[in-house]
Design a protein around this ligand. Sequence first.
Ligand code: SF4
Length: 413
Amino acid sequence: MAERNEFSDDLTHDVLSRRDLLRAGTAIGAAGVLGVGLAPASHAAPPAVADKPKMPMMALGKTGMKVSRLAHGGSWDIDPEVLSVGLEAGINYIDTAESYRGGQSERAIGEFLKARGATGHSAARKKLWLVSKTHRHDEIEKRLQPALDRLQQDYVDAFYLHQVQNPKLIADPETKAAAARLIKTGKTRFFGFSTHDDTVVECLNAAADTDYIDVIMFRYDCHYYKRADLEKAMDRCFKKGIGLVAMKTQVGGMTLPDKYDPFRKRGLNQHQAAIKAVAVDDRIASICSEMTNLDHVNQNAEAVASKLSLAENDAIKEHARLVSHLWCRGCDHLCKAGSGAGAQLAIADSLRFLMYHDHYDKPQHARDLYDQLPAAQRDLAAIEAADWRGAEAACPHGVPIGKLMSRVRERLA
Ligand code: SF4
């Protein structure tokens, strides 16, 4: 069980969204609430677009492609202006998926690229590393062409299996054969997968045991990277020439109340520190980030081009100690085993959507995702009736599941 601390008690207070925070101004910082991932306005302003530092580039495994250390994630609403400023800042990596906004992300990116002449095999297109992904692991060969149609492209640079949880899928010879067939069509140049559940290490090791995975995008943040088994798996992949791309670098976007916040105490920008902490790792070719406004682009571009300071490193360590028990890692086979009557409920997904609601300033998106869960997995009466003590005892990270599931019921249903 993870060590609890004084901050645990603050969970009984309300948890505010970014909008709430902005509405309330600075006074709420000391009210014992969780904040959001981006630094408050009192932190140093991001540089003007014209002052942006040079975007660092890095070889993406053995693909022969150099990609920007910062990649544009596409799971939220696509703003062409943000994409445009990102490309001007040196970003050449754009990530999307068929599931993002029901294909709207691919369509919007397709429109954007077409308007810039980045279609076919044009010079503008060849500068980019464009990725899409499918959750339909059982029919990956059928899913690529519709993605290309939405993107208005002849090819993607890499097609990923989306959110791989079972390493056996990577080891399966049929997956390898399907990847080879897809590459042979010329509709994708390379093949890879994304993974962000509790089987990241197993999936990376499975990839290192094969010879056909070109790129992996995986959850890697300033807390997660301390795991020795993950470090070894990353080393294996890196040595094998598999391109490594980090995502979800913000530890769920959690910030702490002022009186606990180790970044604010030191006058630091937590969001940038978390990016820098990942960017110091030369095994990571690129960091995929959702950037929904120009401040995000500017701050992220500055972060990937800057060094992690000792003060930032200290603040990250302190933050990790304080929030470790509040951060759901997605391993709900563990807590479900102790959930009794609540075992049919979607714990990890619900807590992830709650994170989008509370910390990503995406309340409607969070509710939409929650609505898409099968009815039995979001049964409000079952949530209310469940005795969560068994699940909490089974959670190795000490997540206060009962309190958070109550909040899911209040905010997402
Ligand atoms: S509540 Fe704990 S055991 Fe359950 S998914 Fe989250 S981190 Fe894993």
